[in-house]
Design a protein around this ligand. Structure first.
Ligand SMILES: N[C@@H](CCC(=O)N[C@@H](CS)C(=O)NCC(=O)O)C(=O)O
Length: 212
């Protein structure tokens, strides 16, 4: 059985979403980043980078959330979660890479400079710059999604799970105010019966568990 190393609201949600949509059996191992479990020697053997997610599948050890999602799409070609037409497949790759570079990287900078770096290392000016980088890229996707249900073609693909998760993150950072099309796309995607929990919901559950 496949094993997903994951932690709550992180990019682990991308492969979890894919696995849930595929409806395949998988087990999970939680790596508590807050408790520093990603620095345990046992986990560093699995991923020397000390990051989640990681998928282990019969001797294959794969990190990088988008690579895991693409691997799973190719492992189960009959599910049709990656287009077979080369141009449509190229379009799926394009939006996945757009999500993990143009959208995610500014979001990651914002998370680091507002919550993850030690307070004395945080640079408010970089938060402002990252917001400035993000907004025009979100506007590009907003225009692309007008009159579309899915990112590529007319059915759901792996690209949607990656893009929708990334936009949920953007919503948490209050960056989708000018993007009504993207906000309703995110709602629609997370209304799918096999969607994972929303990032905000997981954070709220973590906070109330810590307070209890
Ligand atoms: N590009 C990687 C990023 C992985 C990543 O940075 N994961 C974070 C959680 S979202 C992590 O494990 N951080 C622990 C650390 O950097 O110390 C991916 O998409 O899988």
């Amino acid at each position: 059985m496949m094993t997903l190393y994951e932690f709550g609201p992180t990019r682990s949600l991308r492969p979890r979403w894919m696995l849930q949509e595929l409806g395949v059996d998988f087990e999970t191992i939680s790596v508590d980043l807050i408790a520093g479990e990603h620095r345990d020697p046992d986990f560093l053997q699995v991923n020397p980078a000390g990051k989640v997610p990681v998928l282990v599948d019969d001797g294959l050890i794969l990190n990088e959330s988008a690579a895991i999602v693409l691997y799973l799409a190719e492992k189960y070609p009959d599910r049709g979660l990656l287009p077979t037409d080369p141009r449509q497949r190229a379009d799926a790759y394009r939006w996945i890479l757009f999500a993990v570079t143009e959208l995610e990287q500014p979001l990651w900078r914002i998370s680091k400079h507002t919550a993850l770096y030690p307070e004395e290392d945080r640079l408010p000016a970089d938060v402002a710059l990252a917001r400035r980088d993000f907004l025009p890229m979100a506007a590009v996707l907003e225009r692309h999604m007008k009159d579309r249900t899915y990112v590529v073609g007319d059915r759901v693909t792996a690209a949607d799970f990656i893009v929708a998760y990334t936009l949920d993150w953007a919503g948490e950072a209050q960056l989708l105010g000018d993007c009504p099309t993207l906000r309703s796309y995110v709602e629609r995607m997370y209304a799918r019966p096999r969607a994972p929990r929303r990032i905000g919901e997981i954070f709220r559950a973590m906070r109330s568990a810590a307070a209890a």
